[in-house]
Design a binder for this molecule. Structure first.
Ligand code: PRP
Ligand code: ZN
Length: 299
């Protein structure tokens, strides 16, 4: 292992993004050991270490340079960008990749029985949230005056405690809202997990490693749903069959030894392949169908 500069990547310590963030780094080839309660995991085959922290702290750590990279929800990235901006500071972070996992939304919710007829229903009322900057921005843009009650957790019980009339919180499955007799009324921000970096230049070695990691992540994201399909097709039905292959651009068509009437078709399909598709291919004359997962891909 070389002794050049190391890159620290901030990852959520425990929560909805932890496992898929660590899995993504693993799929990019990073080998590291993780002991219980350990907050830093050292990469064994790349100059890349993982810092396990609270998700809300990740954009700040990246912005200040304690981490050069981070994996966090767009919601926390945007919240801290607004916070810095309003404090007259630059948020030195740049989103490099959307990771297509951890989808959720920052949304307004009202208690059952409390009417909501659009943003103006918030006028003069209290809204509890842990995203005061995103909510503040939203209220300003809609020219609504409301009191923002800042809480760091358990936002969903604020109305019951009499601390607020409405809430503005992250919603993923919606089960937290349902369990607390709240109904979602309006989305403020759509969010998902993103890879972010400090937007100031690093040492050339680190820049090269980051580029490499981004290319690998891109490859991992591309193959996540991809399947490799192999089948035999009657020459007469080739067009009909290749048209049925989901999302595939140019399938490989090969002759079959001793079967002039048939060909073998191989294709990478960049999306999920369902039983219905296989049945349709079979009905069109395809035989010997095989669907394989794609492990790695470089464009
Ligand atoms: C969010 C939010 C809710 C819950 C909603 O918290 O504050 O409690 O998730 O999810 P659901 O719609 O699937 O029920 P999160 O897990 O992000 O924890 P954190 O705020 O402590 O980071
Ligand atoms: Zn959090």
């Amino acid at each position: 292992m070389d002794r050049g500069p190391r890159i620290r990547v901030g990852v959520q310590k425990s929560g909805r993004l932890t496992e898929n963030s660590l899995d993504l780094l693993h799929r990019c080839g990073l080998v590291y050991s993780r002991a219980p309660d350990q907050l830093i995991c050292y990469g064994e085959n790349m100059p890349l270490d993982i810092l396990l922290v609270r998700d809300d702290d990740i954009p700040g750590l990246v912005s200040e340079g304690s981490c050069q990279l981070g994996i966090a929800g767009l919601n926390v990235v945007e919240e801290q960008r607004l916070e810095r901006q309003q404090g007259g500071e630059e948020a030195n972070v740049e989103v490099l990749l959307e990771l297509g996992v951890g989808q959720c939304r920052l949304a307004l919710a009202a208690p059952e029985g409390v009417p909501y007829e659009g943003v103006h229903s918030l006028q003069g009322r209290r809204v509890a949230t842990s995203y005061p900057y995103l909510l503040g921005n939203f209220l300003r843009e809609n020219q609504v005056q409301a009191e923002i009650v800042v809480m760091s957790g358990a936002i969903e019980i604020a109305p019951k405690l009499g601390k607020a009339d409405f809430i503005c919180d992250l919603v993923s499955t919606g089960s937290t809202l349902a369990a607390n007799h709240l109904r979602e009324t309006q989305t403020i921000l759509e969010s998902q997990s993103v890879l972010l970096r400090r937007n100031l230049p690093l040492e050339p070695e680190s820049e090269a490693w980051i580029q490499r990691l981004v290319r690998r992540m891109d490859g991992v994201l591309q193959v996540r749903e991809s399947k490799y399909i192999m089948l035999h097709a009657p020459r007469s039905a080739l067009k009909a069959i290749t048209d049925l292959l989901p999302g595939s651009e140019a399938p490989t068509v090969m002759p079959l030894e001793g079967r002039p009437d048939k060909v073998a078709v191989h294709a990478v399909c960049p999306e999920a392949v369902f039983w219905e598709t296989l049945e349709a291919l079979q009905n069109a004359g395809a035989t010997s169908l095989l669907v394989l997962p794609v492990e790695k891909m470089l464009a």
